[in-house]
Design a protein around this ligand. Structure first.
Ligand code: HQG
Length: 182
């Protein structure tokens, strides 16, 4: 089993295009794990022998905590497209969060703030290493931004926790952003 490929297919289904598999996510993004296994078996040749155990192994061996399994259901913890309206519980963020991005969009971000773009939320991380990795997906010319998360939260910006390392927000105004590393 190619767990990396499986994770990408599950992201496609649970973050971006559930309707392609005729999946109906509930408002928190959950779907019955047996239903997901059945549709992936039917719709993807590479996964025609897929089992629930494979999904557990995929999660246990992943470099990041992208999915959660609970009470026979599975969901993506972050990364959802703006077309899927996922309800998250607001939470108090740490003092500071980081966002890695590329040099080309720095000016517009420093002027207009961080926007969710094609996703439902802006994604930020607790640690520099994650922020750098996120940024390097797109470019070598990266910047790491520091978000005054606690101050933004106290001023009314809503934050949500994705997983242990990833935090989310609807948007982050420029007033809370400084360049940490360019
Ligand atoms: C940028 C992956 C112009 C933003 C990653 C980013 C992460 C703006 C891009 C997670 C902007 C959106 C999310 C503005 C933000 N003007 N550009 N006002 N505001 N941007 O992919 O944070 O491995 O939607 O800086 O590792 O890069 O798949 O977000 O460059 O955790 O689990 O617009 O997805 O996780 O890009 O990545 P994305 P992201 P997985």
């Amino acid at each position: 089993m190619d767990y990396n490929r499986l994770s990408k297919t599950v992201a496609f289904a649970l973050r971006h295009n559930p309707w392609i598999f005729e999946l109906e996510l509930d408002e928190e993004g959950w779907v019955d794990i047996d239903v997901l296994v059945t549709v992936l078996r039917e719709e993807r040749k590479a996964f025609r022998a897929l089992t629930v155990d494979d999904l557990h192994t995929m999660i246990a061996t992943a470099d990041k905590q992208r999915y959660e399994i609970k009470d026979g259901r599975i969901r993506a913890l972050y990364g959802h497209s703006s077309t899927n309206s996922i309800k998250k519980t607001p939470a108090e963020p740490p003092l500071v969060l980081l966002h890695g991005t590329n040099d080309e969009v720095l000016d517009v971000i420093m002027k207009h703030g961080l926007k969710p773009m094609s996703r439902q939320f802006v994604h930020m991380s607790l640690d520099r290493e994650t922020a750098v990795k996120v940024a390097r997906r797109r470019s070598e010319a990266i910047v790491v931004l520091e978000i005054a998360a606690k101050r933004a939260h106290d001023d009314g910006v809503t934050f949500y926790q994705g997983n242990e390392h990833v935090w989310l927000a609807d948007a982050v105004p420029a007033a809370y952003i400084t360049v940490m590393e360019e």
